[in-house]
Write a protein that binds this ligand. Sequence first.
Ligand SMILES: [Fe+2]
Ligand SMILES: [Fe+2]
Length: 239
Amino acid sequence: MQTNTHEIADRIYRLSTCVPDAAPGGFTFNQFLIDADQPLLFHTGPRRMFPLVSQAVARIVPLERLRWIAFGHVEADECGAMNEFLAVAPRAEVAHGAIGCMVSLDDLCDRPPRKLADGEVIDLGGRRVRHIDTPHVPHNWEARVLFEESTATLFCGDLLTHTGDGPALTDGDVVGPALEAEALFHATALAPATAGTIRRLADLAPRTLALMHGSSTQVRCGESLRALADAYELMTQPR
Ligand SMILES: [Fe+2]
Ligand SMILES: [Fe+2]
């Protein structure tokens, strides 16, 4: 396995590792590094991927400069290596919503996490990331996304997950492949609030959707989120 790096927006890097047998056609695990005065890593990758991911980060910024470690929710692929990163980056803090800290991260993190209120912004110096609580969307009570305001990049986490080892950025449809992956994995919590939460993310008018699994995109971002919301809404209606 190897980790490929691609700058998908100004000083926002996608680090991508494809695991061939995780799904038919392979399945990518992507981290995103915002190279600002206070560098932020969104997703750490699982613990066993730490050597690959940390080397990829270190090719862009020295590991000891990492200031923030963030992720969508508490699962191994999102945050399994957070303590390994805390160990090599003495000034780094995990930043997550209050629920995630209370339920898991106050205990799991080797250093106390920074608790963020819904809508709170961290000024990275040159970049500003807004924390947005999205409970149970796509899954887990502590789920959240990050929105980088100056590039309008939405770090979607598992939203729009699709299989395959596609390009870093695609102009193609991301909704159809995401619904195929949903049929395969059943990963989304299909709850009454799911569609509304995704539509609120579309209202942010993102210009880049940075996806944790699959290709990111810079076309039809809001439209794709609304189409995804519509599809989930149909699935949640009683038959
Ligand atoms: Fe997940
Ligand atoms: Fe994930």
